[in-house]
Write a protein that binds this ligand. Structure first.
Ligand SMILES: NC(=O)c1ccc[n+]([C@@H]2O[C@H](COP(=O)([O-])OP(=O)(O)OC[C@H]3O[C@@H](n4cnc5c(N)ncnc54)[C@H](OP(=O)(O)O)[C@@H]3O)[C@@H](O)[C@H]2O)c1
Length: 297
């Protein structure tokens, strides 16, 4: 398939590019500030996706079979710091991609987040549950979902995913990379023992996205996550243990406000029974991690 991929230099976009190329697809990879490092891409194009004209021109020239949107301002602090920019990338871009995919007859796969929920439910969230984001990042992602489903009602996939593990291309974007960087800077991070999450690896999500790219019989709003629920503190401890670091390099704390959802877990039905890719546990996610250079220095 001819695939147009946005955010190809990010944690998830990079994993998707690797998986799609491995499966023999022709991938045109868009990026903004960081050039993608995956081999075998058909083309890499730098652009600011907040500029709609250039993106529209690229999409029409390519006329792809599928558009996969992994571009985002993915960090809540960056969204708060520049709400206008976040609106352009997190909301206006998915809207444009939905319009373009409808025009081109291309499959659209858009990535969303568990942060569209407030985390008050004790039960795993189903894709039919009512969202209630607690911060601006979650709000932009919810608006994007609605734009995608409105502007591509025929053949969209919106995949909500949880906090991601994995090796990011620049080594600075994923959970363990950020944690270890803080520790190496001489700080002792506090991780919440009452903030429950269902982490997943970027490569596992990429496999799911790729299967969904190829499966035109599946469309709609879906949930995907790992097979284990852990607190942030437990995740931190398991990461430290994996890298042979002292467990007291982090501190356990309690959440201080409700802008951080307490419990974000997903019911993976109906797609979990329809896909070949299966959810993986935290040990398998840790096994994928490469060592971080300064640790060995
Ligand atoms: N990471 C997580 O834990 C997590 C959890 C739940 C949901 N998600 C969702 O998963 C998706 C992928 O997230 P991620 O973690 O892979 O994000 P990421 O590592 O922060 O990557 C974001 C990507 O967006 C690109 N981008 C940002 N601004 C752009 C612009 N103006 N023009 C063009 N491209 C631009 C970046 O390009 P450059 O690097 O080249 O600037 C990068 O490739 C997002 O929709 C995110 O909301 C992520």
């Amino acid at each position: 398939m001819k695939i147009l991929l946005t955010g190809s230099s990010g944690l998830l976009g990079h994993a998707y590019a690797l998986a799609a190329v491995r499966r023999g697809h022709t991938v045109t990879a868009l990026y903004h500030q960081n050039r993608p490092i995956a081999d075998g891409l058909a083309k890499m194009i730098q652009l600011d996706a907040s500029e709609p004209e250039e993106l529209t021109k690229i999409a029409i020239e390519l006329w792809p079979d599928a558009i996969v949107n992994c571009a985002a301002i993915s960090n809540a602090t960056s969204v708060e710091a520049d709400a206008m920019r976040a609106e352009k990338i997190n909301v206006a871009l998915p809207r444009l991609l939905a319009q373009l995919s409808t025009h081109l007859g291309a499959r659209l796969l858009h990535v969303s987040t568990d942060m569209v929920f407030d985390g008050q439910s004790e039960q795993p969230y189903r894709s039919t549950d009512m969202p209630a984001p607690t911060n601006l990042y979650g709000q932009t992602k919810l608006m994007a979902e609605r734009e995608v489903l409105e502007h591509n009602p025929e053949d969209p996939v919106v995949l909500r995913i949880p906090i991601l593990m994995g090796n990011s291309p620049g080594g600075r974007r994923s959970l363990h990379e950020k944690l270890i960087a803080v520790i190496q800077a001489g700080k002792k991070p506090k991780l919440f023992c009452d903030e429950m999450r269902q982490p997943c690896s970027a490569s596992n999500v990429a496999e799911v996205l790729l299967e969904l790219t190829e499966r035109r019989d599946l469309h709609g709003l879906f949930h995907w996550a790992g097979s284990e629920t852990l607190s942030r503190f437990e995740m931190g401890q398991r990461i430290l243990k994996h890298f042979g670091l002292p467990l007291d390099a982090i501190e356990s704390a309690c959440r201080d406000d409700d802008s951080r959802p307490a419990r974000l877990t997903f019911d993976l039905n109906p797609i979990v029974s329809k896909l070949k890719t299966k959810p993986i546990d935290f040990a398998a996610q840790l096994d994928e991690l490469t060592s971080i250079e300064p640790l060995n220095a």
